[in-house]
Design a protein around this ligand. Structure first.
Ligand code: PRX
Length: 646
């Protein structure tokens, strides 16, 4: 077993968990009284306008309802409740691409959120439950927009700015959005880039539900003004900065966030108000040991769940200062993040292994130029972290003193699930360690039998938890099938994450990666089915299969096996170029193929199912252990292997 790193007690002043006894006590409390313990935490951590009468209603499981009859407000929890005692504390520390800073207090945040909420109601008629698509850069107005939606009870759906106009359009149509909030663009690496043209393109036709498009001017580059467009800055000044808190039901929807599944269209993961905010707030305190006077920086984009839970909702609910960064970690050089840590005295830094690998590779000695002594906790998320990256993070960034929390969770889980608790969990490098108290994560076989120690099994969550996905927007059946169709435990269907994992003799969990047809590129989920559907748009392509191939920086890159209708017509490089043009237009730059080979056929079963596992073994250079005798053409595997090695 690899070396264990104990938390450095000097780093933690009055943490929630002083030691593993505290952890074990809370785990036992949940074991003894599951609902009661959640109820107690909810009572203490949420401001209830009207108390809830029932903690968990599983009558219609898996459509579980939490904190029934309770009335609360996520916007109140994140903003207004801080005003009385800490309104002058900095809520958001914005750093622009060019290094300019804005420090926004909770008082100022409240005014801006209220103005934005008034703008949405007065100018666009936005009401509770209307859907608002947010396609924005990392700027303050994006956060105002999210919180304004929460204030009104409108359901936001943030679409990552790197998604193409087609991907944006699909999401607008699926959610039947009434309003789109966007920006002309923003700045990246010292240069302006654009977002608005993608919105123009997406809404050209077919987005009938959209009544208005609100445009924030950020880079002031020329843009087209269409009939439905209006400008945020022209309308915002006349809005009142007061907005009376509206109280919502615990189970009113808060947001949708589209993510990839193993088949078909992206899924609109729905999170509801009380359960989501409770867990976002608690995990800030538990996992990161975050306190209101800390400066917390999560480098994600608000277009992903990490940005939702750990840039916006978790930090603000906890009353801390959250850093919002417009730029990229490598501009003007690979020391940018460490310069920011020094300048802003950041206490907790949370990023993806891809970023760590990249910064290690491109700026190994950069950290030594800066004073990083403010850091207490370092976090990783989104993909497995490899031991060399972990070591550099621990030594060069954390000065061998900070706890590293390798947090495993998903869009669907809302917040951390399996993760060290910075102040108490002994850490095993590159291991997500233990389930958080209240989370019943088990490694099992599909029939519920526990997987033997140190062998790969299915990572399932066997009890509901408050921030659990409520449904897939507009598709309850798909929700049930996608998450509760594969594994049973105690004779009942349970939530299967799609991930494989191993548990060791101490109960420590190591994530081994997706077991389904989802690729994890730089910590971003992309479904193979989505990519293959786009590839098929090329007339020359007869069929294709894509798999994740280990990549030095990105964790996984996308590798395509392409069958052409007529293989003599195009070179491999030209074909890749053509296919990537389509992928860029359909999905966005995150879905580009790293490499392809042209093959005569794919390994298919007689019923036509592509055996992707065989292809995965080929790109990983692993021996093929699968039974190939059931394939339509067993010889194809050898042929592909030869072509791959050329
Ligand atoms: O495969 C797991 C991987 O990321 C997937 C979830 O992706 P997404 O919903 O986009 O959310 C990413 C940010 C929470 C998981 O199914 N994953 C997430 N965290 C880890 C991880 N893989 C290994 N280690 C992690 N810490």
């Amino acid at each position: 077993m690899s070396k264990i790193f104990k938390p450095n007690k000097d780093m933690f002043d009055n943490p929630v968990f002083r030691d593993m006894d505290d952890y074990n006590k809370l785990v036992k409390k949940f074991d003894d009284n599951y609902e009661g313990t959640w109820g107690e935490l909810a009572e203490k951590n949420i401001t209830w306008h009207k108390p809830f009468t029932n903690t968990l209603d599983e009558t219609n499981t898996p459509f579980n309802r939490w904190f029934k009859d309770g009335k609360m407000s996520v916007a109140y929890e994140c903003v207004d409740r801080h005003l009385e005692n800490s309104g002058d504390n900095v809520a958001i520390l914005f750093e622009a691409d060019d290094g300019t800073n804005i420090k926004l207090t909770y008082n100022e945040l409240a005014k801006n959120v209220n103005k934005t909420a008034n703008l949405f109601v007065n100018e666009y008629g936005i009401k509770k439950s209307d859907r608002v698509v947010i396609y924005m850069p990392m700027i303050l107005e994006a956060i105002y927009t999210m919180l304004a939606c929460a204030k009104i009870g409108a359901i936001h759906s943030v679409v990552f700015g790197g998604f193409s106009s087609q991907a944006l359009k699909d999401r607008i149509i699926d959610a039947k959005a009434k309003l789109i909030v966007t920006a002309d663009g923003a700045y990246r690496k010292g240069k302006p880039y654009m977002l608005k043209p993608a919105v123009d393109d997406a809404t050209k036709d077919g987005c009938d539900s959209v009544q208005n498009i609100c445009v924030v001017k950020r880079n002031f580059e020329p843009i087209q003004k269409n009939k439905k467009d209006s400008f945020y800055h022209e309308l915002i000044e006349k809005q009142s900065d007061e907005f009376e808190t509206v109280w919502f039901d615990s189970e009113d929807p808060l947001f949708l966030l589209y993510t990839s599944g193993s088949t078909g269209q992206p899924k609109g993961v729905q999170h509801n108000m009380a359960g989501y905010i409770l867990w976002a707030k608690l995990t800030m305190q538990w996992v990161f040991d975050n306190k209101p006077d800390d400066i917390f920086w999560c480098t994600a984009d608000i277009g992903w769940i990490t940005g939702h839970s750990y840039i916006v909702y978790g930090p603000l609910a906890n009353g801390t200062t959250t850093v919002v960064f417009e730029g990229v970690p490598t501009y003007p050089d690979a020391g940018r993040c460490w310069k920011m840590v020094q300048q802003h005295k950041i206490n907790q830094f949370y990023t993806a292994p891809t970023a760590i690998r990249m910064l290690h590779k491109t700026g190994e000695n950069e950290p030594s130029k800066y004073d990083l002594s403010s850091l207490r906790v370092l976090g990783t998320v989104g993909e497995p972290i490899d031991p060399p990256a972990w070591k550099w993070y621990y030594e060069a960034i954390g000065n061998s003193k900070c706890s590293i929390v390798d947090t495993w969770w998903q869009t669907e889980t809302g917040g951390h699930m399996v993760s060290p608790i910075a102040s108490c969990t002994p850490i095993k490098p590159a291991c997500a360690t233990l389930p958080l108290p209240g989370i019943y994560a088990k490694i099992i076989e599909t029939n519920g039998e526990p997987t033997p120690i140190n062998e790969k099994g299915y990572l399932c969550i066997t009890k509901p938890w408050p921030s659990q996905i409520r449904t897939i927007w507009g598709d309850d059946d798909r929700f049930v099938k996608a998450y509760f169709g594969d594994c049973v435990y105690d004779g009942k269907p349970v939530y299967f994450s799609g991930d494989g994992a191993m548990i060791d003799e101490n109960g420590y969990i190591t994530i081994t990666g997706r077991t389904d047809d989802v690729i994890n590129v730089s910590g971003h989920r992309i479904g193979t089915a989505e990519i293959e559907a786009s590839i098929k748009e090329n007339d020359m392509v007869a069929s294709s299969a894509v798999v994740g191939k280990p990549h030095e920086i990105k964790g996984e890159g996308i590798f395509g096996f392409i069958v052409l209708k007529n293989s003599d017509t195009i070179s491999k490089d030209d074909l890749k170029l053509e296919l990537n043009k389509i992928l860029k237009a359909d999905i966005g730059a995150i879905a580009l193929l790293d490499d392809i080979i042209v093959v005569p056929d794919l390994p298919k079963t007689r019923s036509g199912k592509i055996m992707r596992r065989i292809l995965r073994s080929i790109v990983k250079g692993e021996p093929i252990t699968q039974d190939t005798s059931t394939l339509e053409d067993p010889n194809i595997v050898g042929e592909i292997e030869v072509l791959y090695k050329v």
